[in-house]
Ligand binder design. Sequence first.
Ligand code: HEC
Ligand code: HEC
Length: 399
Amino acid sequence: MAKSLFVLCLVFVLATPSRAADPLVELGEQLFESETFDGNGRTCATCHVAAESFGVSPPGIAMLFAIDPLDPLFIAENDPALATLENPCLMRQGNQRALFLENIDGFASPPVFRASPHLLNIAHTAPYGQSGGVANLRDFSDAAIEQHFTQTMARSMGRDFRLPRLPELYALEAFMNSITFPTDGNFSLDRMIAYAVSQGADAAAIDRGRTLFFGDLAQCSRCHSGPVLATADGSLGTGTGNLAFDTGVVNLGANNNDGCFGGPGDPTIPLPAEAGGNREFSTPPLLGVANTAPFFHDHSAETLFDAVSFYASVTFLISPAGLSLPSPSAFSIADTFDIVAFLEAISVDPPPEPLVVPGLSPWSVRLLAALLLATPPVASVLRGRRRGKRSASGRGEAE
Ligand code: HEC
Ligand code: HEC
């Protein structure tokens, strides 16, 4: 009996979804949250905030500034040696776009300005970066450090920052790959919708929105299909996978005036259009999307309604991606509300499914597990695990 209860307890511990259950993931989380890589004080979490789905929004930046204007996020405003690391007007002043300076085309070329995207379900969206140019998350982490962590604009490796050691890169990658929405990693749309409806969402509107999303008028799923709605379904003849498109977002009204006076962000000059306005951007995943406003790579759509109605606009219809559709996308304002209802429903995080043990109610399983966790053999197994974790991170720091 004791043995079978022990097994039952282990099953419970292992079956409980937890981002930090794996020591590599836990180390990666520590690095992501607190490691500065001998740089200017920023960490990955400076711009990828857990409470904001691992992105950062304009209100989020305003709050961080109110709490501490000396936060390393604002280092370009506080350290004259890094005055050109960011454009503070595009980051938090002007029209409060929360855009960061990125040297996507190399440090010798003019920079571009992009939102810090959420990292939900990133495991399913390679290649990485909003123009999809980076093959894996280890290379992306190296590039992010060289871009954002440097102490001077010389970006001298070893002096201005250090790159992660290989185990640190794998840990960062493991942590990022553990960031899922819903939290338990079960991507069933039916389950998410059923839960949203149980919480009061409008089932009929969601159903209409879902049909439109996957149908021939709105045609969203041509680009947004697959488990996390980030992969092309192949119907455009451009292949499947997480593809990049030029949907014409750069031509949205919000980009005609960046709200910044003087310097590179003068309002008489629009936000610089990347690659002459012809850049293709990577298709983002949509599970959890309603929690990540504003939208698009340059935060040019404030609300989900704005982002969805964009696909019925002339700006999209005459873009290279719009013109590549078999027929022009067409849907009404009422349809837009329904598609938004669908996207909102798949942005509600259902509670993890309780462990089902035949013959026992979920509560008795939990109670048994709680009692058993206190028993010596189980407690020692768990203590052993924690010791293992501590020494793993300790080794990292000592190297
Ligand atoms: C100063 C802000 C800032 C910091 C610090 C920062 N990032 Fe980012 N991150 C961004 C921006 C802006 C982008 C968008 C870049 C692009 O469009 O390619 C981005 C994009 C990403 C992406 C690509 C997401 C996707 O959808 O493909 C990953 C992964 C990522 N960052 C990881 C990291 C890691 C790991 C660190 C720490 C080593 C880090 N970032 C530090 C601002 C930041
Ligand atoms: C031709 C491919 C394509 C089609 C069709 C398409 N999308 Fe997209 N979608 C994209 C790309 C590419 C982006 C990123 C654009 C950018 O950031 O510049 C995107 C971005 C989005 C975003 C913003 C997500 C974020 O995190 O900022 C939403 C919401 C969205 N699409 C919903 C839809 C809906 C709803 C439809 C159907 C009405 C649709 N898409 C049709 C390719 C497409």
